[in-house]
Design a protein around this ligand. Structure first.
Ligand code: ZN
Length: 79
């Protein structure tokens, strides 16, 4: 009846798929609709986003051998 209804299982799959590809507009809409009515999936989405941010920070860290303007917290060496 309603083409935009998705199950939690489908939505979690979409959230993960969205990480490496742009979803069709219809799927994005279905995702948003489900997020609005579901309690569990927004939490899952937040976890995925948090994990993605952590991965990006880790990758940036891996790419930067030189110290950026962020202070290294664990440095004990004094000169
Ligand atoms: Zn759900």
């Amino acid at each position: 009846m309603i083409p935009l209804m998705r199950t939690c299982k489908e939505v979690t799959a979409l959230v993960i798929a969205r990480e490496d590809q742009t979803l069709p507009l219809l799927e994005q809409l279905a995702l948003r609709l489900h997020m609005a009515i579901c309690a569990a999936c927004p939490k899952f989405e937040r976890q995925v986003l948090t994990m993605r941010n952590a991965m990006q920070q880790w990758r940036n860290y891996q790419n930067e051998d030189e110290v950026s303007d962020q202070k290294p917290s664990g440095s004990t060496s004094r000169s």
